[in-house]
Design a protein around this ligand. Sequence first.
Ligand code: ADA
Length: 558
Amino acid sequence: MWEFLFPRGSAQVEPHELDGLDSVRLDVPCVWEALAPRVKYRGQALARRLFSTDAAGPIRLVFKGVSHTARVFLDGREVGAHHDAFTPFSIELPDVVSGAHELVVHITNEHGELSGLHVPNDYYDYGGITRPVEVQFPCRRVFLRRVDATPRYDRLCGAWRLACRVLISNLAEPMPVDVTVAVAGARTVVRVEAEHGETEVLLELLPRGVVSWCPATPELYQLEATLSCDGAAIDDWSDRIGFRSVSCDGERLLLNDDPVLLLGFNRHEDHPTFGCAIPVAAMRHDLALILGTHANAVRTSHYPNDERFLDLCDELGLLVWEENHARGQDVTAMKHPRFREQCATVTREMVREHFNHPSIVTWGVMNECASESEIGREMYAEQFALIRELDPSRPTTYASCRHSNDRCQDLPDICSWNVYPRWYLERDPVAFLDEIVARFGPLGMAGKPLIVSETGAGALPGYRDPIRRAKWSEERQAEILTELVRAYAGHPRVCGLFVWQFCDVRVDESWAPARPRCMNNKGVVDEYRRPKLGYDAVKAAFADASSRLAPALRPRTS
Ligand code: ADA
């Protein structure tokens, strides 16, 4: 439980002025919109929590997500800050005295100058500490920050190799340390000088007898690293990894050298009770519904997801398109003074923090931004260069909607299009996609895999119209989804298809004229996860498409 403090009138909250504020206790993770009086609150708040340390020494504060801008104060002193709701951050403090401590987080979810990414949008950006918080007590001022593991199949040996990049943080003087990394019967020890700041150690492991990770056999292995000094272990670090490769081979997307057809949903982190702070049990419920349609893929539209959701995808064998945070920014919005740098920061944090998830098969950036413009082209190029530097092992992509004038098709490894024939425009789905293929083939798309990153139709839950089948009825949505999924899953050029969208989601009220209930109603289940007719329609179409897939690509639980 944390104490949340809200202003009574003005939206300005001073981190050191706790008196005169409205106080309420909330379980973290949470959104403040869960409180009836704050259901539409956009503004500032303080979140306060006491904790104590037994001995003086270093501490590490880890915030998995604060929505959307945080300033962190420990015992009245500002120790760190972070922008963007959807990526984690940590603060390392070398010397903290023993005893009681007060942690205060100043939070805002205001729109405007502060953020080029959090704008009034076709989803809702909540306020709160929306993902878990940890206080870690490293026993020394030198510790393991993380280990990035990249599996590679060695054809000559007929075995997997694992390239590891170990990062050591040292808040003290340089010192010699031993790094041990072990996985699946393989173990390597290296002695290095841990410099003040960060030291990188590269090593390779040859694990024994591992089973390749794929939807049908999502085998995970525990990667264990230990840091020792003078023979004594001073820190450890572990993560689950999987052995699989993702690559593009001309127009085909390969998983472990097998051509893939991604069949899945776009999913927002949104729930009427929990906002974006979705508990694990509810995540599991979402995934059971998704797998129940014979899907094998999820796109984390339009931001990096809670790592616990990715953990579940790793376990269940779902293939994930994870993307950075930006949706629909036009040229003007991309010129927001903070857009460029904030977007790059989210990409960097996403790739770094989620590097080891075998479920992630592609990194996406900047959904439906201004890919028709010069500035858009520059920024897409920058984002892809950044990702390739951080993780050359996964292909890159972005979802375009600039059907007539996109200028960036030569930049990503995979070309992806959001297409809404039968909903926003009365066009034949196949003819519409074929036009895109013909138009953009010579502009960089030819010879690359193609994904239909969004396609769908809306239905108001419970609105039934079996006779006229009007738009917004469940019947019409089901009919359109059947046609779209069958057309695209069977299209020879398509290697992935994500239905828009899994569940109905709350949107910013400025979207109300095009969004009845102030919701994006294109879910195949409603916001409470009650299936609409469209759920069974997609299930039937996915079942047919999935029966044509290699067994390795079908999750066991579907
Ligand atoms: C776009 C966008 C989605 C959503 C969708 C829709 O393609 O990427 O976020 O807004 O359209 O429902 O119209």
